[in-house]
Ligand binder design. Structure first.
Ligand SMILES: [Zn+2]
Length: 363
């Protein structure tokens, strides 16, 4: 019998990791929020004490109330309404990810949330790209190599998806690698934005869709079969189409089988699912079953500030709950790299020249 080793955050930070699902407005440093509130004149913060504010974000997100969860984003977006603020937040995001050992990240945000003080969508996108470039430069100066790709999101409850999809294509050679829709699933099925997805497809451009987080199989089915999503943001409710009998025999329904057969990547965000109540605890998270069944599972942070997490801490929690070791972490990482929206040769280069040698050195 092998002894069970639990990987720690400390160990995991040294491993090369890939992140596909991370929201720019969900990952600010508490200190930055306080400083930007002061410099931009944002007056809504519940406290200006940095440590207290950090705790407040996690508690509000944990409270189980959707109102307080959404209030957290009102504050982060509230301080991200100027070019300088966007540049700073984007640069620090890349620095923090690189510091955690992330070698490739796709960071997403909805440009339409940052135009309250008069910025144009183009100004928002250019500022964030400048910040990402600056973050990559600072990380490199610190001895960490990281590459960042941007996903532009449209909010389901607004009606700007076609416009945002057009921007995603227009900025495809300037760092934007794909498109997504985010926001409340209930009442806003992905098919409401069919024109945007069609625009992406005819332009040979990539997109993922937030689906199957709170809402079930219908949302996943629409995202894949009507909209043509290449990946699923969360997608965790696919377990509703998997039956395990009393004697442990597992049976996949047609949709679950399709998702697995087609190797459709699931952007799983364990801590976030627990906070929003989609899943009761990390130990009960379907990721254990989905990984065992060899779905194309990836591990992600969603909102690092609200969940108080990093990619390394998510892996540490999963290692504790499911006994995942280095071989598993490498598998999740290669899954994510294969599923990235950058060119095939670049994905292969990162897998062969960064990820595999990185794990070989650790194991
Ligand atoms: Zn998300």
């Amino acid at each position: 019998m092998s002894t069970r080793t639990v990987l720690t955050v400390h160990d995991l930070r040294k491993a090369p990791k890939v992140l596909l699902h991370d929201h720019l407005d969900g990952g600010l440093r508490p200190r930055t929020i306080v400083e930007l509130a002061q410099s931009t004149g944002y007056e809504g913060l519940p406290t200006h004490d940095v440590a207290e504010l950090g705790r407040w974000f996690q508690e509000a997100a944990n409270s189980g109330s959707l109102e307080s969860y959404l209030e957290t984003f009102a504050h982060t977006c509230g301080v991200m309404q100027t070019e300088d603020a966007l540049i700073r937040v984007a640069a620090e995001c890349v620095e923090d990810l690189a510091d955690d050992g992330v070698v490739y990240a796709e960071v997403r945000y909805a440009p339409e949330l940052f135009v309250e003080r008069g910025l144009s969508l183009d100004q928002v996108i250019k500022a964030v790209q400048a910040g990402f470039t600056e973050g990559e430069r600072r990380a490199e100066a610190n001895g960490h190599r990281i590459r960042t790709g941007t996903l532009l999101c449209a909010m389901r409850q607004h009606a700007r998806a076609a416009e945002i999809a057009e921007l995603a294509v227009r900025y495809r050679d300037a760092g934007v690698v794909g498109f997504d829709i985010a926001g409340p699933e209930a009442g806003f099925p992905p098919t409401r934005n069919l024109d945007a997805f069609e625009f992406m497809r005819v332009n040979n451009a990539h997109f993922t869709i937030h689906a199957g987080e709170a809402f079930g199989l219908a949302s996943i089915w629409e995202a894949i079969q009507h909209c043509g999503a290449e990946r699923l943001g969360h997608g965790v409710r696919i377990v509703d189409d998997i039956k395990t009998s009393a004697d442990g025999e597992v049976q996949l329904g047609r949709l679950a089988a399709y998702v697995r057969d087609r190797r459709i990547p699931l952007e799983i965000c364990p801590s976030s699912n627990v906070q929003t109540g989609a899943v009761a605890s990390i130990a009960e998270h379907p990721i254990g079953l989905l990984a065992k069944l060899r779905f194309r599972v990836t591990v992600n942070t969603d909102n690092r500030l609200m969940s108080g997490c990093s990619v390394s801490s998510e892996f540490a929690a999963l290692s504790e709950a499911f006994g995942f070791g280095w071989a598993d972490v490498q598998w999740f990482t290669i899954n994510a790299m294969k599923s990235a929206f950058i060119d095939f040769d670049q994905r292969l280069d990162l897998i062969n020249n960064v990820i595999k040698p990185g794990y070989a050195a650790l194991v």
